[in-house]
Design a protein around this ligand. Structure first.
Ligand SMILES: Nc1ncnc2c1ncn2[C@@H]1O[C@H](COP(=O)(O)OP(=O)(O)OP(=O)(O)O)[C@@H](O)[C@H]1O
Ligand SMILES: [Mg+2]
Length: 254
């Protein structure tokens, strides 16, 4: 790959006897938007946490900008995190802080920005995701789910990260609000020129935001390709997943 941003090689991670990742290989180009699809509990969130250096895999390699992430010390981890933004599954906003304080958290805590400047910047970023300035002083608990997602997105992009992770960005939203969030994701990623790694079960969202899609199953990437290729593939895992069939090679334990 010409300009690789993230390169994952033969990644293994288990929790006790539970094997989650068993040889993941994945490359993401600079400026690319990759979506990882896969069933609940297949290890999508674990994969993101490995790339962020929050979970240490048993073996394998993760290169970000050609630098190894596995086994890095705290100082290097901080440097790594300063390149990254994240929209968390379930929002994960701090209810004890106002909306603007959530958005400006990293700017104040890690980048030494003064409060006044950080608030102005937070209000600007909030506006870019369609939230008026009067939302800035509210508590996250006073917002609807769709508004909380927008605040989460604003927080993820506020420090202008090079890499953004979106963990289930549309979960719990109605189809129209999902589309609004998808469009905001595309716009924000483009404006920043960022590399995006998203994980979702929402195929409408995946189709919309992905340059490329990869499917995780039983600890491995079992398929990858463009949306066009996905619609033509006869890969049984992909076909079962995108058509939402209980019959097929993917067995769900009930
Ligand atoms: N810190 C942890 N300690 C022990 N087990 C964990 C830990 N984190 C994740 N797991 C296990 O790893 C597996 C994968 O979890 P993960 O959260 O990555 O799933 P997921 O693909 O993101 O699922 P979902 O789509 O439901 O969010 C699960 O079986 C989970 O219980
Ligand atoms: Mg998850």
């Amino acid at each position: 790959m010409a300009d690789t941003k993230i390169k994952i090689k033969n990644l293994h991670k288990a929790f006790g006897r539970k094997i989650v990742l068993s040889g993941v290989n994945l490359e993401i180009a600079k400026g690319e938007s990759l979506v990882v699809i896969g069933g609940s509990g297949t290890g999508k969130s674990v994969l993101i946490k490995c790339i962020q250096g929050l979970i240490t895999p048993e073996s394998g390699s993760i290169l970000v900008d050609n630098r190894e992430v596995v086994g890095i010390d705290e100082e290097e981890k901080e440097k790594l995190h300063s390149k990254m933004g994240m929209l968390f599954q379930g929002g994960a906003l701090f209810d004890s802080l106002t909306v603007w304080e959530n958005v400006a958290f990293d700017l104040i805590e890690n980048r030494g920005m003064g409060k006044k400047e950080a608030k102005a910047e937070a209000v600007r970023v909030l506006r870019s995701v369609g939230l008026a300035s009067d939302v800035a002083d509210l508590s996250p608990s006073e917002l609807s789910g769709g508004m909380q997602k927008r605040v989460g997105l604003a927080r993820a992009i506020a420090s202008k990260p090079e890499i953004i992770f979106f963990d289930e960005p549309t979960t719990g939203l109605d189809p129209i609000m999902s589309d609004v969030i998808n469009n905001l994701i595309i716009k924000s990623v483009k404006e920043l020129g960022a590399t995006a790694l998203s994980i979702t079960h929402d195929m409408t969202s995946a189709r919309k935001i992905a340059d490329r899609i990869a499917m995780l199953y039983k600890g491995k990437i079992v398929w990858e390709g463009t949306v066009k290729e996905m619609d033509k593939t006869d890969n049984p895992y992909v076909c079962q997943f995108i058509n939402g069939c209980s019959d097929g090679p993917i067995k769900v334990e009930v």
